[in-house]
Design a protein around this ligand. Structure first.
Ligand code: NAD
Length: 457
């Protein structure tokens, strides 16, 4: 079986990729298990050195990886370069981990008690199509650093950068079999990661629906699982905010990557007294988003990833939708969808469901309590923003919103040095930040009895 890779910007065929079978997946997992036993025995400083070399190899291939992502996923070239650079940075950051996976010495009676952070073994990473290489690195870099092997299943539509990363790893000295990319169907390869007992943990990023299925499947073997799932995040704009800044940045808080971003602030909540003014400022900002050829350096937003996904996004904007205004998008081939601003009721489908496209809904709110209540009226809780000049309010609301990643007067969500993940049905566990390698270890406690000293006369 093969999968045809299509360039979303012009619908031309880029290449075909062979889809692995269950037998292929099992063979790769067995190779990974052998490689992991040797890797765990490598001195920490030497493991660190291999990861630094891997980071260097990615650094040398930033432009190549970025161009692959443009053709495979339609990401604007500037964004794709950032993504490749981020993979390098994540590898570099976690290359420090092998020498810093400290255990503890715990005071107890009768001897010495120490803990060790032991690797899990083989880790299965399953990634979505929206940020193929960055999300892959959040799993494989800390997992390798903690002494594990990784088998990675990329999304069917976007395997190319992950495949290239595995080659770069090998060229840089990552041992054969330790980091393998196995393209294939979720229902075949992904499913096999769940049922194969040699895989000790699944790191899954994708839809909440598939995430629930994976969690239930992992229960059978009490397999460890990290889930990074959907979002419907709120961007809360208070009347005292720098409205010009809030309106100018709001499109980039939701339309980045054509809205195919789990952190997209797809609900904008605006204090009622400044709602009209905010909408006046938002309209030119939305119309100013540069949508077009992803290879053009000036492009800010490219196409959607595929024809089926375009159909799904379209289904949220029927002819009678409450469209306030729209931006522009190219005509002709490619999966284009113009940035769209809606003003639906709070209980409308567009207000509740993750659209994963360049569609944002704007709602007025009455006061701080109303804003927090509506922001939290979602099964999701991944990210969010608060715009206000009142620092106390910024902190109060950031603490009150049930979400894993908040930013005040900015739309920042992801930094490799800080933890990332969701509340409620947006996920389970955290990635990135200083503690990520620990999530790829088991804590082992060892007690060493010490004979009591002979009493000194
Ligand atoms: P998806 O759930 O359809 O697929 C994700 C991955 O799971 C793919 O590799 C797919 O092949 C695989 N898969 C599908 N069925 C499977 C099964 N039965 N067993 C094992 N694996 C299976 O998601 P998608 O459409 O690729 O990605 C979009 C979703 O990802 C959105 O909901 C988005 O919010 C979410 N996402 C979340 C984060 C986060 O960090 N929270 C980041 C990016 C994307």
């Amino acid at each position: 079986m093969t999968h045809t890779i299509v360039n979303p910007a012009d619908e031309t065929v880029v290449t075909t990729v062979a889809a692995a079978s269950i037998e292929d997946a099992d063979a790769a997992i067995a190779r990974a298990a052998r490689a992991q036993r040797e890797w765990a025995a490598v001195a920490p400083a030497d493991r660190a050195r291999v990861l630094r070399r891997f980071a260097d190899a990615v650094d040398g291939a930033v432009e190549e990886l970025a161009r692959i992502e443009v053709r495979n996923s339609g990401h604007p070239i500037g964004q794709a370069r950032w993504e490749a650079g981020h993979v390098r940075d994540v590898l570099e950051y976690y290359s420090a981990a092998p020498e810093r996976l400290f255990g503890r010495q715990i005071p107890v009676a009768g001897g010495l008690d120490v803990t060790f952070q032991e690797p899990l073994g083989v880790v299965g990473v399953i990634t979505p199509w929206n940020f193929p290489m960055t999300i892959a690195s959040w799993g494989f870099a800390p997992a390798l650093a903690a002494g594990n092997a990784v088998v990675l299943k990329p999304a069917e539509w976007t395997p190319l950068t992950s495949l290239r990363l595995a080659e770069l790893g090998l060229e840089a000295g990552v041992p054969e079999g330790l980091f393998q990319v196995i393209p294939g169907r979720g229902s075949v390869v992904g499913e096999r990661f769940i049922t194969n007992e040699t895989v000790r943990k699944i790191v899954f990023t994708g839809s909440t629906e598939v995430g629930k299925h994976i969690m239930a499947g992992c229960a059978d073997q009490v397999k460890r699982v990290t889930l990074e799932l959907g979002g419907k995040s709120a961007n809360i704009v208070f009347a005292d905010a720098d409205l010009e800044k809030a309106a100018a940045t709001a499109p980039y808080g939701v339309f980045e990557n054509a809205g195919q971003d789990c952190c997209a602030r797809s609900r904008i909540l605006v204090e009622r007294s400044v709602y009209e003014r905010f909408m006046e400022l938002l309209e030119p900002a939305v119309q100013g988003v540069r949508v077009g050829d992803p290879m053009d350096e000036a492009t800010e937003m490219g196409p959607l990833v595929s024809a089926p996904h375009l159909d799904r996004v379209r289904s949220f904007v029927p002819d009678d939708a409450d469209v306030a205004f729209r931006g522009a998008a190219p005509a002709g081939p490619g999966y284009w969808f113009a940035p769209t601003v809606l003003t639906p009721a709070r209980d409308a489908r567009t207000a509740r469901e993750e659209i994963f496209g360049p569609v944002v809904s704007v709602f007025p709110f009455d006061d701080e309590a109303d804003a927090v209540r509506f922001a939290n009226a979602s099964e999701y809780g991944l990210s969010g923003s608060i715009f206000t000049r009142d620092l106390s309010r910024g902190i109060r609301v950031a603490r009150a919103v049930e979400s894993g990643n908040l930013s005040v007067n900015s739309h920042s969500s992801v930094r490799y040095a800080t933890p990332f993940g969701g509340f409620k049905q947006s996920g389970l566990g955290r990635e990135l930040g200083p503690d990520a390698p620990l999530a790829f270890t088991e804590t082992k406690n060892v007690f060493l009895a010490v004979d009591p000293a002979t009493p000194v006369e």
